[in-house]
Design a protein around this ligand. Sequence first.
Ligand code: ADP
Length: 305
Amino acid sequence: MKFLLIKTLNIKLFIKNSLNAIFLVAKNVIMKRALRVNEILRISDLSFSYDEVKILNQINLSLNSNEWYTLVGKNGSGKTTLVKIVAGLLKDYNGEIEFNFLKLNQENLFEIRTRMSVLFNNIDDLIIEDNVYDEISFELKNMNYNKELIAQSIKAIDEYTHINDILDKEVNELDLEEKYILVLTSALIIKPKLLIIDETFSRLNTSLRKRLYKIIKSYKEDNKLTVLNITHDLEDSLIGDNIILLENGEVKFNESVEKTFDDKLLNENNSNLPFIVNLSEYLKLYEVIKTNHYSMEDLVDTLWK
Ligand code: ADP
């Protein structure tokens, strides 16, 4: 009888402890989610080597929804390698990647790719089909969109990229600007949550580069889009919110554009400052203005006051 009582008490205690443990785990998961509600990409303890040569070393980085990040770093610092890993193209890494709360693995790769667009440097490698319509509907067909849904998607994206102007053309009839518009349209038409641009626009003249960035910016303002733009030109960073520096395979910082330039976080890297930041520095020196300015309109306003 005594033995039976002890056994019952033990079982009760066991159930109570188990319920407490389950409650604590659930609470932690909910709290973690609540804290990370704005997060679109989380990279944890990521390391990667090519043939025993370490390229990325224990990277931790998180990107928030609806923010524009500019990733900078010297040639060979591992920027493209990082992008390839996030895009699921390199698998032999240590660490964990979560996109939109989904762990990056073989099972989730298709779903992740329906919400992430990656533009690499060579756009000819990005174009698969012979004509514009087939090219921009390629991913949508993969996602089982019917003709009607494809037409709706084209109508929606045309507002930003004016793709209808070249919809009936063959790819080999397109000029350079039209080719870039095609590639950008294909990237945005799937309504990605994350757009990665890996030096895709680096070789373009300033006016075309500006036009493409403007399209992305206006799309981003109406749709929740996170942008990760890899560039060597710090001028490009002023359109965004944050700057990330990758150095020797490590993330040195991920800070707002203003903090990066106000605190001179990049100056040691001999980077060419954006024109407006440079000008602000000189005008501060001559006590014409007191703080840095990050847009020409803003600076002109201050000077006119
Ligand atoms: P970044 O984009 O910053 O210029 P990468 O990620 O392209 O840097 O390259 C990082 C380093 O990895 C470089 O030293 C490069 O030579 C090396 N690397 C890149 N691809 C390969 C590869 N397929 N095999 C071996 N080494 C590579």
